[in-house]
Design a protein around this ligand. Sequence first.
Ligand SMILES: Cc1cc2nc3c(=O)[nH]c(=O)nc-3n(C[C@H](O)[C@H](O)[C@H](O)COP(=O)(O)OP(=O)(O)OC[C@H]3O[C@@H](n4cnc5c(N)ncnc54)[C@H](O)[C@@H]3O)c2cc1C
Length: 509
Amino acid sequence: MAIIDARTLPDASRIEADLMIIGGGMAGIALAKELAGGPLKVVILESGGLEIDMENQALYAGSGVQRAPGNPDRPFDDYPVQSRIRALGGSGMVWGGKCAPLDPADFAERAWIPHSGWPITREQMQPYYDRACDLLEIPRFPLERPKPAEPERQPLALDPADGFFPAPREFSRFSGGVDKTAFDAFRTQFADAPNITVYLQANVLKIRREGDRITGLDLACLSGKRHTAKAARYVLAVGGIENVRLLLASDSLGNREDLVGRFFQGHVTYSNDGDSQTEGSVVAVSRAAPMELYAPGKGRMAHCVIGAGLKAQTRMKTGNFTATLFRATPSGTETPVGADTQTIRQASGRVAGQDQAQLLGYFAMAEHFPNPDSRVTLDPEHKDPLGLPRVSLTWTYGEKDHADLELSVTGLADALGASGEGRMCWSIERSKLLALSSASRHHMGTTRMHADPKKGVVDPDLRLHEAKNLYVAGSSVFPTSGIANPTLTILALVMRLADHLKRETGAAR
Ligand SMILES: Cc1cc2nc3c(=O)[nH]c(=O)nc-3n(C[C@H](O)[C@H](O)[C@H](O)COP(=O)(O)OP(=O)(O)OC[C@H]3O[C@@H](n4cnc5c(N)ncnc54)[C@H](O)[C@@H]3O)c2cc1C
């Protein structure tokens, strides 16, 4: 119906709807799109405006630190602002558009990983992944992916018994940083539907509850106006860190078991991308042409992604892992960044068809295991201009996180070597891993999904265990983080939530 600036409403306005979506990022927008044109009156309450501005961005300021055993603490105070965008479209304004589903192994309960296991399987998620891919206009990710037809794009011939597999990624154009015009249409046109209204500059400060029902929301504009909002149902979709902030700031809503904000997960990363400290890390593979990975032409300098499937993880007792092989130089013929000639000789020796061997850099990413000490909390000493306590992030890696990164790299190196398809060099001390890691902007796990209210904040339908009419959308509901960039899974879960809401309200068309 409309996009309305909440600052233009008379002070103390009361906004009403059947469904109130808090947050107009990728999750909130995707949910509204699913319900557009239907019988439910849907409102999005979005803190930001149409463009990124620093006053709104500053509402995200907080503090942070990254921790890992044997590594010096890494201060991270800029991270809460730099890893998110507070405008209509949310971090979709800047995201890379890189998409991959979680692997079947990510949903499984793995005995060697405490707190692992989703209450849904990848098979059950498949139709929702398909719909999320359609929304983003990217090819779907079938469970059984056919091999590419082109002989030069065949994956490396690793022994299937080793359990490594090619893990393709796709890129969506719906990002403010990739195609602003396309993304502007994506994030605004749905509001033309007669049942949708989007309020901008509408900051939700508090979720009010009576017993097990949410009864309303308190809103504030930076201009000073205060409003309220009321609906039959609510969906909290303000991102993986902010979902925690709003729940905790609302008299610790959902936190009876002290789980809200715990289990924060990003990824464990390692990159030799031009960093002199990682000199010597290089991989040589037998193929010159980029293998099965990105849609042709979109791969930039990437060559292929190799993932560790459940078989590899079970064998090594590790978590999920990928290595993204990329050309360290644009032509691929020069010396990769950081590699000295001795390393290159070592790496390319005994690679099948040595004359064809391609020297590549690699970016390794391992699963960050669910850890109750890795958490988002509130800092009551510091408040934003609207009076909301700021967040404090303690991003904690355990011993197993870094150990598994090492084990996985070694496992892949062994698999490459045994097949004659490649050689891998890795020369990193454990004590340097934290300093070398690049922080993902993926905020997962802080309102985890579990059927048991003692073990999760939301149930398998994404409903808050403590409130019958509040749902949570976004990567905060992921019990484990896997390796894939999270947004495709966020959107797939939103599709599933939309179906649930339609059934529950009788709004199924
Ligand atoms: C630089 C960058 C690159 C990335 N690249 C990728 C990638 O390639 N692939 C990938 O999968 N992911 C990527 N991500 C992560 C991806 O952007 C997020 O997973 C995704 O955008 C999360 O969507 P969301 O709607 O759950 O949350 P958000 O995008 O955080 O949206 C939350 C919305 O809620 C609003 N809001 C916040 N607080 C309030 C409040 N109190 N009241 C009302 N509204 C509020 C915000 O303004 C925002 O619009 C990237 C992120 C960044 C920053």
